[in-house]
Design a protein around this ligand. Structure first.
Ligand code: PGA
Ligand code: ZN
Length: 436
């Protein structure tokens, strides 16, 4: 291993997949190793997330990152100089202490996460290892089950439909690459169905088709038909995964589905989602209720948690303490892991471990604002998370992650084990597979 002490950090402004400014950090180590990472950005954020520091004012709609960039180059860089890049916990502890706020608003969650991930990359480079291998520390790893968006909605498509993500999972595929093969066919056939119906209107923020549907359920019907038209069996080979992102259309137990022209209370929303679970091959639901609706989450998990993965995103915000609390209260059975929600790599790993300890399944996830950065592909394999959610099957900021896992799968060679059904929190694969 070359000398892994941090010699120099450099922050620069680059642009994300929505054409908005973001931060890239480069970490240079004493022995010459270099690591680089770009901060992603959410649009449907949870209240408890680490905050991105944005300049405000008129420039770029107030989204410029000069303040956060300044924090990297003048505050963070000198403070981290000399630290061992391989001691990620020490680096992250220092970053958290330097910021000193609970929501990372002083230096900026964007400045902190880009630094934390850049140092991680540099440490792997100093060891001469690919990042996933550096993270796995010799433990066995699996390639992740991908959750791939076919239709995008909610905050990512001007609220054209209320549900944010209509995704597919291919747990019966024999490998990660086969799961992508199947998804490619589904994405293509879904596009064909929309074109024939005169409803093809381009793509949403994460690359899924912009959903010109008349109801939320029409999206479910079309997706089920697309799976069949691709020559695959809904339920047994390919399942539907939803991110309801209910905080975006409800709070305090009142939910307004604009497309369906209905206002529901928590119980009625649970009933509606339950009827979808019974009628369509849905095996995963994220954020079925709003982030403040703890009783609703507990009720939903009690009723459907044996049939379906129940993922906490907005209300767990990649926070180990919240994951423990949700597990104790039975409010989910899976946790989404977004490094920039937590703030640092160490905190994201702590949330993943908390989930694993609780028997939750774990899903490493991108944000709606992304870049060519592929760190999360490595985290999903190196931490053996089991699942990876990146958005759709178009737009290069999404494809970059899928393609990176293909490279990792190839590097793993014969020993590449695909997580498939084992990634999901059901007692048996059969209990899931017998459903519609
Ligand atoms: P984001 O949301 O727009 O905040 O990245 C993605 C998600 O809800 O999973
Ligand atoms: Zn979500």
């Amino acid at each position: 291993m070359t000398d892994a002490r941090i010699a120099r950090l450099h922050g620069r402004r680059v642009w994300d997949s929505r054409g908005r400014p973001t931060i890239e950090v480069e970490a240079h180590l004493a022995g010459g190793a270099v690591g680089r990472a770009i901060a992603p950005a959410g649009a449907s954020t949870g209240r408890g997330e680490a905050l991105d520091l944005r300049d405000g004012g008129a420039r770029f709609g107030g989204l410029d990152v000069r303040l956060a960039l300044n924090a990297v180059n003048t505050t963070i860089a000198p403070a981290l100089a000399g630290l061992e890049a391989t001691d990620q916990e020490a680096v992250d502890r220092l970053l958290i202490g330097l910021d000193g706020t609970a929501d990372r608003s002083r230096l900026g969650g964007n400045a902190i996460v880009a630094t934390s991930m850049a140092v991680l990359h540099a440490a792997a480079a100093a060891r001469g290892e690919p990042l996933w291998l550096h993270l796995s520390r010799g433990r066995p790893v699996r390639t992740p089950l991908p959750e791939i968006q076919i239709f995008g909605g909610g905050a990512h498509a001007d609220r054209r439909v209320d549900v944010q993500d209509f995704m597919v999972m291919c747990p019966a595929a024999s490998s990660f690459s086969e799961a992508l093969d199947w998804t490619a066919e589904i994405y293509r056939t879904a596009g064909e169905l929309l074109r024939k119906a005169g409803k093809l209107q381009g793509v949403a923020d994460e690359g899924g088709y912009w959903p010109a549907f008349d109801s939320n359920e029409e999206a479910l019907e079309t997706l089920t038909r697309a799976i069949e038209a691709a020559g695959l069996r809904p339920g047994t080979q390919v399942a539907i995964s939803l991110d309801v992102a209910a905080s975006q259309f409800g709070k305090s137990g009142v939910y307004t589905l604009a497309l369906d022209d209905r206002t529901l209370d928590s119980g009625a929303l649970i009933e509606m989602l339950g009827s979808w679970i019974e009628q369509y091959p849905i095996l995963s639901v994220e954020d079925p209720l709003a982030e403040d609706d703890h009783a609703g989450h507990a009720e939903f998990t009690r009723r459907y948690g044996h049939l379906c993965q129940v993922i906490g995103d907005d209300f767990l915000v990649t926070d180990a303490r919240r994951v423990h609390a949700a597990a104790a209260a039975g409010e989910a059975n899976a946790v989404l892991i977004k490094p920039n929600q937590a703030g640092t790599v160490t905190e994201a790993l702590a949330a993943l471990r908390a989930g694993r300890q609780a028997g939750f399944s774990t899903i490493v996830s991108a944000r709606s604002g992304e870049s060519e950065d592929v760190t999360i592909a490595h985290l999903s394999v190196g931490w053996d998370a089991g699942q990876l959610k990146v958005g759709s099957f178009s737009r290069s900021e999404r494809m970059a992650k899928w393609n990176e896992v293909l490279r990792i799968e190839e590097a793993l060679g014969e020993s590449a084990e695909f997580s498939g059904w084992s990634a999901l929190p059901f007692a048996t694969t059969e209990s899931a597979a017998v459903r519609p």
